[in-house]
Design a protein around this ligand. Structure first.
Ligand SMILES: NC(=O)C1=CN([C@@H]2O[C@H](COP(=O)(O)OP(=O)(O)OC[C@H]3O[C@@H](n4cnc5c(N)ncnc54)[C@H](O)[C@@H]3O)[C@@H](O)[C@H]2O)C=CC1
Ligand SMILES: O=P(O)(O)OC[C@H]1O[C@](O)(CO)[C@@H](O)[C@@H]1O
Length: 407
């Protein structure tokens, strides 16, 4: 049996294989993937290794991730893994809507660890949302009571994080990849974890840290500024580019951001609106934040990352959530008296997002047809009829009809 400390990662998809597992593996953890997809788990157990291709125009580097294992998330093997004495860390990248589904297994794992007096573990949900781990913790705790709940308080760290790396769908054949498990990623990554929430190896010691530390993971005392900065900049700009690109029948984010009309909206939304509000709220230096935005725009323009607008625009209703990447910064701007014509354009473009394969898009387009755009905007965003932002969104929605290009 491997003597290495273990990490279980829920979701052996793009972010799991392309971002989290490589960092954990290089930091000395034995990585165990768990997933509902049996073929994927079988392939992981057959091949035990894969390559991470760094997508850049000027080079083609491949990093190997080795000695990985898989367990099917629907079997008791997962509970045995969660109870493993060497387990130190549990990470997830399954999608926000899936946290409900993995919570019962995590609760069973925590009960099994208490029964064997297991060492402390840390759980980190690497999903695109504010406080995703806190959301997961509430769902796990709904399955725990009494001594199990007490054990979770003393022995399980639930740490929020901000996770940033663009990992698009990858065609192994097009990149001469050896394995279907290979994955393509941009070179950039940033993983910031809420340090004070981590539990060290001794449950009774004050303060926490991961043992071994994860190289490439930064710890922050207060995660909120990082979470909001990433979601309201990278994700806001990305979503805006994707929805406007979709209207113009463009296929990738790189194509979308190369269009001057799209670039003007994205730049305006980030530099003049969300960026100003973020600097006011979190006291970021404007020049530093301006550079952060420019670096993100350069990442969008990376043609080696063939990121489809359909992936970045997926689930528009989630993305139009009141605290999410478009309405969230618009609401933050209104708190500081900042006008939001560009964010309103991005929100309006999201409302036009029409993909018959996307459940959210079908529901949203149906509701707009039924209720009318005005009432629907009020219901969705919380900006009431007559509010300046409501007026702007409805105006932009009408204006954007003229942008539509037939695919
Ligand atoms: N791809 C990206 O560039 C980034 C994605 N994220 C976030 O990471 C999360 C995952 O995204 P991707 O890796 O792109 O998605 P993905 O679809 O490539 O991977 C998700 C994996 O979760 C598995 N899964 C679904 N239900 C499950 C369950 N009940 N138990 C265990 N596994 C289950 C799926 O089979 C799939 O393999 C999302 O929340 C996304 O917002 C965050 C930053 C970057
Ligand atoms: O994964 P989601 O939340 O559906 O949104 C896609 C977004 O997530 C990312 O995959 C990574 O942050 C971005 O590429 C994109 O903005």
């Amino acid at each position: 049996m491997s003597k290495k400390p273990r990490a279980i990662h829920f979701g052996a998809g793009n972010i799991g294989r392309g971002f989290i597992a490589p960092l954990l593996s290089r930091s000395g953890y034995h990585v165990v993937f768990t997933d509902v997809d049996k073929n994927l788990i079988d392939t992981i157990n057959d091949e035990k290794a894969y390559g991470v291709h760094i997508l850049a125009s000027e080079s083609h580097e491949v990093e190997e991730v080795i000695h990985v294992k898989g367990v099917l998330s629907t079997t008791d093997d997962l509970i045995h893994e969660l109870a493993h004495p060497k387990l130190r860390l549990v990470t997830t990248a399954v999608g926000l809507h899936v946290l409900d589904k993995i919570a019962p297994a995590l609760a069973s794992g925590i009960k099994a660890r208490r029964a064997t007096n297991g060492a402390p573990i840390n759980i980190i949900a690497c999903e695109n949302a504010i406080a995703a781990t806190a959301q997961l913790e509430a769902k796990v705790r709904a399955h725990l009571d009494g001594a199990d709940a007490e054990y979770a308080t003393t022995h399980v760290g639930f740490a929020n994080c901000s996770v940033d790396r663009i990992v698009p769908p990858f065609d192994p054949d097009a990149h001469g990849a050896d394995s279907a498990l290979d994955v393509g990623v941009e070179a950039f990554f940033e993983w910031v974890v809420e340090g004070p929430a981590l539990k060290g190896p001794d449950a009774h010691a004050k303060g926490g840290a991961l043992e071994p530390p994860v190289h490439g993971m930064a710890l922050a005392d207060d995660l909120a500024p990082y979470n909001e900065r990433k979601l309201f900049t990278l994700n806001a700009g990305h979503a805006a580019a994707a929805y406007l690109g979709h209207l113009l029948a463009l296929r990738t984010v790189a194509q979308a951001i190369a269009d001057p009309r799209v670039a003007a909206v994205v730049r305006g939304a980030l530099h003049e609106e969300s960026g100003k509000a973020l600097c006011r709220k979190h006291r970021f230096a404007e020049a530093t934040h301006g550079k952060y935005i420019e670096a993100i725009l350069a990442r969008f323009a990376n043609e080696a990352v063939q990121d489809h607008v359909a992936r970045v625009g997926r689930a528009p209703l989630r993305k139009l959530g009141r605290g999410d990447r478009l309405v969230g910064p618009a609401r933050m701007c209104t708190e500081y008296g900042i006008r939001v014509p560009h964010l309103a354009t991005a929100i309006a473009a999201a409302l036009w997002y029409d993909d018959p394969a996307d459940e959210d898009s079908v529901a949203m387009r149906g509701a707009i047809g039924e209720k009318g755009v005005g009432p629907y905007v009020a219901e969705l965003t919380g900006f009431e009829d007559g509010h300046e932002v409501h007026i702007l969104i409805v105006e932009k929605y009408k204006e954007l009809e003229g942008w539509k290009v037939k695919a």
